[in-house]
Write a new protein. Structure first.
Length: 291
């Protein structure tokens, strides 16, 4: 079992943990680490345009109560240096460089949206590094995406307090209420916040995600290479990366579980955060079935 030296960080939260930095492979990576000092670390891979402070504290803090959790900015994102790549393979390479620089021999991965594509690439290429895999609101190579159309529609809703409200949540009153609570949680941290680097990040990330989904993979080579246990999660009404993708991944992965949340969009893990954390804990703590 990989051990992570985070003594004294047990009581830290995403809102209070210091942003740390580690140099490696020509990049200074920004990250925060929470949770106990021992256990298999859960590394979080963020969505399109997102940074460390784009994660929901309700999810991250709850997961960190019984395991090490690491949120970081990949190359060029937020407070990390370097240039944001325009392809998934390079993003995976940079993420592995970060993990290696922390001297972690085994990790669990939670990839959300774009981060889920990166997580698939890492799991396929580094079978010994990844113990378990959580894929949320994401797509397989050659999957279905509506990134630009959904972004255009979201930003046209000028009455929305934040574009993430229409992007991540549905039009129902319950989902909108959950969305407003999510946005409120994101604002709790006041000091040492992460930065938004604008089009220098979003342009290459958009190209990477669109290219990933536009590249046919009729044999599902990447999914069929992944042998680790996987938990695949989606919202019932995800307009950016539809739930059809989750079903396709579930069918092709050799050892997967599928969870679909009701009345929820791309941010289903934030809307149903208590249920999501419970599902993730059960999945990560479960032992492999006997052969």
């Amino acid at each position: 079992m990989t051990q992570l030296d985070i003594t004294g960080q047990n009581a830290a939260t995403l809102e209070t943990a210091p942003t740390r930095y580690i140099e490696g492979y020509g990049i200074r990576f920004a990250y925060r680490r929470l949770g106990p000092a021992t256990g298999t670390p859960l590394v979080l891979l963020q969505h399109f345009s997102g940074n460390i402070d784009g994660w929901d504290p309700a999810v991250v803090n709850a997961l960190a109560t019984d395991r090490p959790v690491i949120a970081f900015d990949n190359a060029g994102v937020g407070l990390s240096t370097g240039q944001t790549p325009d392809n998934i393979a390079a993003m995976a390479r940079d993420a592995v460089a970060f993990i290696n620089r922390l001297s972690l021999s085994e990790v669990d991965l939670l990839g959300f949206s774009l981060g889920g594509c990166v997580a698939q690439q890492i799991a396929a290429e580094h079978g010994q590094l990844v113990r378990k895999l959580i894929l949320v609101g994401t797509a397989p190579k050659g999957g279905e995406e509506h990134l630009l159309a959904v972004l255009q529609q979201a930003f046209s809703q000028t009455d929305a307090p934040d574009p993430r409200l229409p992007l991540f949540f549905t039009n129902s009153s319950a989902s909108k209420s959950s969305g407003l609570a999510f946005l409120k949680r994101l604002k709790v941290r006041k000091d040492d916040r992460d930065t938004d680097n604008g089009s220098a990040v979003t342009d290459p990330q958009a190209k990477a995600l669109i290219t990933w989904c536009a590249t046919p993979d009729p044999e599902h080579a990447i999914l069929r290479t992944i042998r680790q246990p996987a938990l695949v999660v989606s919202g019932s009404h995800d307009t950016m990366l539809p739930a059809n993708n989750a079903c396709a991944m579930f069918r092709e992965l050799s050892n997967a579980q599928l969870v679909l949340y009701p009345d929820s969009g791309h941010g289903a893990l934030f809307q149903h955060h208590e249920m999501f954390v419970s599902h993730v804990r059960t999945f990560l703590d479960s032992q492999p079935a006997a052969a």
